[in-house]
Ligand binder design. Structure first.
Ligand SMILES: Nc1nc2c(ncn2[C@@H]2O[C@H](COP(=O)(O)OP(=O)(O)OP(=O)(O)O)[C@@H](O)[C@H]2O)c(=O)[nH]1
Ligand SMILES: [Mg+2]
Length: 235
């Protein structure tokens, strides 16, 4: 199985080396760091560690993931992982197993099952993620508990979904479109720790409320769009 790992970064110099060092090299075919205008040496560290560094000057988490997906060289599976060492890259096999065994098209690492370390997620993030996951369970019938950043998907499925969100909505777009198209989305428990470096979004209540509002409205909007249009299953 050819596995491409995509890591979006914006100023993650304090963490990126540990993220790259912890990725099991025997399981990864290539590691792509998609960097947006870091001025702290992140791309240089990533290149030194052997990652393929792609510059993406247009900001946005989703934009970086899309650029990484477009850059990946004939992968079977594409993995998305944050560059702040909140996730444990050594847990990659947990995400790959259901795909390798032919049980899943997309796997989602849930931080809200048993493995989260104390203080890794502030209460407002736990609440927001549980709320979004409940809404997805209710409207889409998908058994998920969280919208975590450590995810994997079969490359042909990810490409068929024609994802286009350029912000943090990208992750939820992948889940919703995947579910609506009838692909097998499977959640697995992963660990989560306080990020290394400065929190940019999730650490503040204001950032979380803004992101939560956007994501909840996306969940409802896709649901009604699908009911109106009867979204066909991508080829
Ligand atoms: N290339 C690129 N990467 C980004 C951008 N914004 C965020 N990232 C990276 O995307 C990943 C997720 O962003 P985070 O800042 O960790 O978001 P979060 O986990 O919701 O919030 P905190 O960890 O509290 O900051 C990190 O590796 C960031 O460096 C961007 O505009 N471009
Ligand atoms: Mg983070």
């Amino acid at each position: 199985m050819r596995v491409s790992v995509v890591i979006p970064t914006h100023n993650e110099a304090q963490a990126i080396e540990r993220v790259l060092a912890d990725l099991p090299s025997d399981l990864t075919t290539e590691v792509i760091v998609v960097d947006s205008n870091s001025n702290d040496g992140t791309p240089e560290i990533a290149a030194k560690m052997g990652a393929l560094v792609v510059q993406e000057p247009r900001r946005g988490y989703g934009r970086a993931c899309l650029t990484g997906l477009a850059t990946a060289n004939s992968p079977d599976v594409v993995v998305f992982l944050d560059g702040d060492y909140s996730d444990r890259p050594s847990e990659l096999p947990i995400l790959l197993a259901p795909i390798a065994e032919g049980r899943a098209d997309i796997t989602l690492g849930s931080r809200l099952q048993e493995r989260r370390s104390a203080g890794a997620l502030p209460w407002h993030q736990v609440f927001g993620n549980r709320l979004a996951a409940s809404l997805i369970r209710l409207l889409y019938g998908l058994e998920i508990s969280d919208l975590g950043p450590f995810r994997a998907g079969r490359a042909e499925v990810l490409r068929a979904l024609a994802l286009e969100e350029t912000t943090y909505g990208w992750a939820v777009e992948m889940i919703l479109k995947g579910a609506l198209a009838g692909f097998r989305v499977v959640e697995v428990p992963v660990s989560y720790y306080p990020r290394i470096g400065k929190s940019k979004i999730g650490g503040t209540l204001k950032g979380t409320v803004g992101a939560a509002w956007f994501i909840l409205s996306l969940i409802v909007r896709y649901y009604f769009q699908h009911r109106r249009a009867g979204t066909p299953r991508p080829a």
